[in-house]
Design a binder for this molecule. Sequence first.
Ligand code: NAD
Length: 257
Amino acid sequence: MTTLSGKTALVTGSTSGIGLGIALSLAKAGANLILNGFGDASTVIAEVEQFGGKVGHHPADVSDPAQIAEMLAYAEREFGGVDILVNNAGIQHVAAVEDFPVERWDSIIAINLSSVFHSTRLSLPGMRAKGWGRIVNIASVHGQVGSVGKAAYVAAKHGVIGLTKVVGLETATSNVTCNAICPGWVLTPLVQKQIDARAAAGVDPQQAQHDLLAEKQPSLEFVTPPQLGELVLFLCSEAGSQVRGAAWNIDGGWLAQ
Ligand code: NAD
């Protein structure tokens, strides 16, 4: 098992869903954790603290570069910097491109793409100075293929994969790696909203869930946050040290079609 004791991980958007699953896996492997995200963080902090490492929460809204900078300054002050950066915070909005609200476009690009640039540029100098670092960007299958109604999300996730490749190249001769993970459907609040929207249109909720999977994900099963956490641990391990600039699918076969 990968031991990350002595390392500090920052996981953006870790008060829920995938980010929380990844934070729990990293904490279980011994890392100190800086959580981030909206909502009451006290329950989540207690859940992560059970593994014995130091745990903090910073409430930065990652759509704001100044708040990201404050979060990284907090990490430096309280934890001695960030060794593992998991850029996970993300939102979704579904609408046809000609109806897409401009402010939703702007916030999806800011949260799902620009925040990855800002946290990366602010974390990299510290990782280089320490001679080790891992950057893992939670992209999506939608970083590699499109789906109707998801213009901003698909554009942002394609951008995340492009940024990952560049950072992977710029760090290629160092002990810092940068990779993207591309999940298919994971049953989190972000996806539950899409199931609920189908149910609101009159489809039985169980049927709505089945239809969502059947349209895209051949396994007909959701990917789980602990599975994504294990993949992050692999990328943090010595065995993962030559995975660089990759976009790694974990999608029940979605992209094999
Ligand atoms: P979620 O809605 O369960 O969690 C999102 C997290 O991000 C929450 O902690 C929320 O508070 C936080 N967040 C949202 N806006 C923020 C902001 N402006 N600043 C700081 N934190 C913010 O979503 P999820 O499904 O766990 O998604 C996590 C990531 O995984 C996203 O980047 C998403 O695009 C990606 N993803 C999800 C799926 C899926 O099927 N659920 C598939 C592929 C990729």
